[in-house]
Unconditional design. Structure first.
Lengths: 461, 253
């Protein structure tokens, strides 16, 4: 499957004992080194720094404290500021935090600031996007071979584009803001080979929950997770993002998928920046390798209260649920809603529990109301959702994935059982400490909404 | 305990003094009780009386970055299990608080570990009606700090009065944030199961010179792992100080 690459003359490589993995190559390129080994601490040049309304103010505070209140950011075109976490709320501090990042964006003349001013109607804010990781992809900020850092753990989502992308805290981000560099340790790479034809009832969420269940929530700590194989190649970009999104749930530093035609096609028209894809060498060393025959896998869930508490969906069919949540960077993209719509369409019935839909971005929201769902005779997702009795798709944001201020839409304010397409189910994640969250694919979430119990989507598909 | 906090950026690492210092950067009468390498320092005026469990390491006030981080931490410990994630350390609804604002920094501290299920952890980390903890040392199992990249997590712990976390292992972003901010000292145990041999309230000492963790109440000693790669960054005083020391960025204007 290795694509054609120009061969490098020995003089340029020195005495290389073995090749490098994708992650090692990206970091080598970005630190102006010809080669490096896992474990090395290196200064890396950053291509894009992302921050949002929750961590932006703290990052800005540190930047000004360390570099001076009149300091300028290292590159006003390489910082992307995306309000997305606590937007549609009356919480004064949350609203103030959006003002803080706006003031900074104006002061620094930040090119990419996806502002929102009118909270009562997201549609009248032309710049507003929504969930940062999906917005980064949709706006063409994710490019093969680059280094992307964000003040959010799910920044690893962008690894789907064959780049090094990871989450950092405010202090590190403040440092990057001023210098455009960060001290990073090169992670060894774990390789996950996914082969076999993807069954029609499985989605990328099932694959990553399968993997996390296999290696546990600390199985990939300080490591890179590389996803290859025929199944991965068959996934579209949004599905690849779902895969890389939850790398952090296994403790992973970053995830990567080798870029290919699917990647390049997605990027057409989204970015005018030149990029250079890199690929793992044939002789690269991986710290471990896991192989999966995807054709033999079944829909899975992560039971409370850990993303690695894996169980077959069909073995949880006696678990009565109180609600379903479809949204977040992990499970609120257009493809995720299309998948849910497919299940509702196949069933033709109405949901038995409140079913909350939170599109990740404005673009996703528009897709729900405009794109026809295959096999539906021209119906849109929104029509199918309405017929199934779901809640009206909400304003795009992170929503209740992480609870948030008390008035956040779909926040769990009492103990209840929820099937969710989100990424974490630790105690209190969606609000109430005694809430029980079952992480699942959009297929499984929709199927569960229809029965009122955790349900394997094969009941309908 | 009446305390006001003001945060000031000053290139000092370990400082602990209990009298007025004329060359103190703020020029005020202050009790400095930051015993951690940090690129910023909290100065506090307080009028509480010291109990042995609140003793913090004392070294001379330095005006320039120093390479002598704290060597011991002592006090009551709070014991936790495995996989304590950032939502339990600081629930997301409190993330509207901005850590770089001094008053909000303090408020974050008051919510530290408020996400712990009370059925598993009946002893409150922070006594109701107070805003800081009596447990300066945390003992935990594996994968401490997993979940989000929110720097509010180590900040909340530091603001609450935690000096060190002694855990079997850490999630990487939490560890990195602890080192970068200097808010809590993230220490690793050599062996598993230490948290099962400790009880919340035990009097403990963490000795980084000898790399041992001593539980005085239980009469047991455990081996600590040396700090490793993070050492030079912590010794320098955090990522900014390290970068200045190694010439990566010029000194602060």
């Amino acid at each position: 499957m290795a694509p054609a690459q120009p061969s490098r003359a020995p003089a340029t490589t020195g005495s290389v004992k073995h090749g490098m993995t994708m992650t090692e190559k990206i970091l080598a390129k970005s630190s102006d080194k010809s080669k490096l080994e896992p474990g090395e601490n290196i200064w890396v040049n950053i291509d894009v720094l992302m921050t949002h309304d929750v961590c932006g103010p703290g990052t800005i505070g540190i930047f000004k404290k360390e570099f001076g209140k009149n300091a300028k950011v290292w590159d006003k075109e390489k910082i992307v500021i995306i309000p997305d976490h606590y937007i549609f709320t009356s919480d004064e501090r949350a609203n103030r935090n959006v003002d803080i990042i706006r003031d900074f964006a104006l002061e620094q003349n930040i090119k990419y600031f996806y502002d929102i001013k009118d909270l009562s109607n997201f549609k009248v804010n032309p710049d507003y996007k929504g969930v940062c990781h999906v917005a980064l992809a949709q706006e063409g900020h994710c490019r093969p071979g680059e280094v992307l850092l964000g003040t959010d753990s799910h920044t690893c989502n962008a690894g789907a584009f064959g780049q090094f992308a990871t989450g950092i805290g405010n202090t590190d981000a403040g440092f990057v803001m001023g210098t455009g560099k960060l001290l990073l340790k090169v992670p060894p790479t774990m390789r996950f080979v996914l082969d076999g034809e993807m069954p029609h009832y499985l989605l990328a969420k099932d694959l990553i929950l399968q993997i996390i269940g296999e290696i546990t929530v600390a199985g990939a700590t300080y490591k890179s997770m590389e996803f290859v194989g025929s199944t991965v190649e068959s996934l579209n970009m949004e599905e690849r993002m779902t895969l890389c999104n939850m790398v952090v749930e296994a403790g992973g530093k970053n995830g990567v998928v080798p870029p290919d035609e699917t990647t390049f096609k997605y990027l057409e028209g989204k970015t005018s920046v030149n990029y250079e894809p890199v690929y793992s060498d044939e002789s690269a060393k991986f710290i471990s390798e896991y192989r999966f025959d995807v054709s033999k896998l079944e829909p899975v869930v992560a039971k409370p209260h850990s993303p690695d508490n894996r169980a077959l969906a069909r073995e949880c069919k006696d678990v009565k649920i109180d609600r379903v949540y479809i949204g977040s960077c992990t499970g609120g993209k257009t493809e995720d809603f299309m998948a849910a719509a497919k299940v509702f369409l196949a069933s033709g019935k109405k949901v038995k529990v409140p079913t909350f839909l939170v599109p990740a971005t404005q673009k996703v929201w528009i897709d729900l109301y405009s794109l026809p769902v295959p096999g539906s005779g021209g119906k849109t997702c929104s029509q199918i959702f309405e017929e199934a009795g779901c809640d009206t798709p909400a304003s795009p944001s992170c929503g209740a994935c992480l609870g948030g201020p008390r008035d956040t839409y779909a926040r769990m304010n009492e103990p209840m059982v929820c099937v969710s397409t989100t990424n974490r189910n630790f105690p209190g994640r969606m609000g109430h400490k005694e809430g029980q969250i079952y992480l699942a694919s959009p297929y499984t979430a929709a199927a569960s909404a229809l029965t009122g119990y955790v349900t394997d989507p094969r009941e309908f598909l | 305990m009446a305390t006001t906090l003001s945060s000031i950026q000053a290139p000092v690492s370990t400082i602990c003094a209990f009298s007025q210092r004329p060359h103190c950067p703020t020029g005020t009468q202050s009790l400095l009780f930051v015993s951690k390498p940090s690129n910023y320092v909290i100065f506090a005026k307080t009028s509480y009386s010291f109990k042995p469990s609140k003793i913090r390491p004392i070294t001379a006030l330095r005006a320039t970055p120093s390479s002598s981080p704290p060597t011991t931490f002592h006090g009551q410990c709070y014991v936790l299990g495995d996989n304590i994630d950032t939502d339990q350390i600081i629930p997301a609804e409190h993330l509207t608080l901005v850590p770089s604002k001094p008053d909000e920094y303090k408020k974050l501290g008051s919510f530290a570990f408020s996400g712990l299920p009370t059925s598993l952890y009946p002893i409150p980390f922070i006594q109701p009606g107070t805003d800081s903890t009596q447990y300066p040392i945390i003992i935990a199992g594996a994968n401490f700090g997993c979940g989000s990249s929110r720097e509010h997590a180590p900040v909340a712990l530091g603001a609450a009065g935690v000096r060190a976390v002694v855990a079997e292992s850490y999630a990487r972003i939490f560890f990195r944030n602890s080192v970068a901010t200097g808010e809590v000292y993230p220490i690793e145990l050599e062996h598993e199961g230490v948290n099962k041999q400790c009880t919340t309230g035990d009097i403990v000492t963490v000795d980084l010179d000898r790399n041992v963790f001593i539980n005085h109440t239980k009469g047991k000693e455990f081996v600590l792992k040396p700090i490793g790669d993070a050492g030079p960054v912590i010794d320098a005083g955090g990522i900014f100080a390290y970068a200045r020391k190694t010439g990566m960025i010029s000194s602060m204007v």
